[in-house]
Design a protein. Structure first.
Length: 252
């Protein structure tokens, strides 16, 4: 079965593609924008199934269908909250909530295969969905700062002052460039959709790193990499083997 991934965050697109390939699906391409998708559909045979993010780098993915007739089934991938997703439920649209879970993805693919839908023109009422979601084709906003409680005070930490974010003893901490650690009221999984993907990369289950804080990259055992970060000399930060390829692409 041929599938297409349309997602503007390249690390997320690569992760989803790997997950789909593990389910023995043929990923034809990873597209990152409305413009790129329109051009691809005009030149290629349409796939059986599309995994489509709502907000792309140059607008809403719905704009693709304003420009070309698409004859594929669609599963939306989205970070919108459950309340907003009522729009999808009302319109009987399949969706996966980010970050995408392996089991949920497998269940969605099995559901699609079981239904064996025939290819048809997309006739969804995207204007209604736009209104219900309350979204506009604007540039995505990522987290600019953290707020942490220190005693009776609340401190603001600008995101550019964070060299890494890590988990330890069931807590999530931000290490700042002045070598201080702050306990955050969040998890690394939640941050996956909140951190700018061109600045932060999750190198392992334990660490997110800021590209601007990387001082040195060293070959490590078992095809892994070790990172030396500003203000985190005491931390052993290892890029896990399964993330090394994506990490190198992220740096390029």
């Amino acid at each position: 079965m041929n599938v297409l991934v349309i997602e503007d965050e390249k690390p997320a697109a690569r992760r989803l593609s790997r997950m789909l390939e593990a389910l023995e699906l043929n990923v034809l391409a990873q597209l990152n924008s409305v413009e790129e998708a329109v051009e691809w559909f005009q030149k290629n045979e349409h796939p059986d199934l599309i995994f489509l993010d709502i907000q792309l780098s140059d607008g809403l993915s719905f704009e693709i269908f304003d420009a070309v007739e698409v004859t594929s089934a669609i599963i939306f991938t989205t970070a919108y909250d459950e309340y907003a997703l009522q729009a999808f439920k009302l319109n009987s649209i399949d969706y996966l909530l980010k970050p995408i879970d392996d089991e949920e993805l497998e269940a969605a693919v099995k559901k699609f295969k079981k239904q064996q839908p025939q290819k048809q023109d997309v006739k969804l009422n995207f204007d209604d969905i736009r209104q219900l979601l309350g979204v506009n084709p604007v540039e995505r906003e990522y987290k600019k700062r953290f707020t942490v409680k220190i005693g009776q005070h609340i401190k603001m930490i600008n995101i550019e002052d964070v060299c890494c974010i890590y988990s330890e003893n069931k807590g999530t901490y931000a290490r700042t460039l002045d070598k201080r650690d702050y306990l955050l009221d969040t998890t690394l999984e939640t941050l996956e959709e909140e951190l700018a993907p061109d600045v932060f990369f999750r190198v392992s289950r334990k660490y997110y790193v800021n590209v601007n804080a990387i001082q040195d990259i060293i070959s490590y055992t078992n095809s892994r990499l070790q990172l030396k970060l500003k203000a985190a000399e005491d931390q052993e930060i290892i890029v896990s083997r399964e993330r090394v390829k994506d990490f190198k692409l992220w740096l390029s």
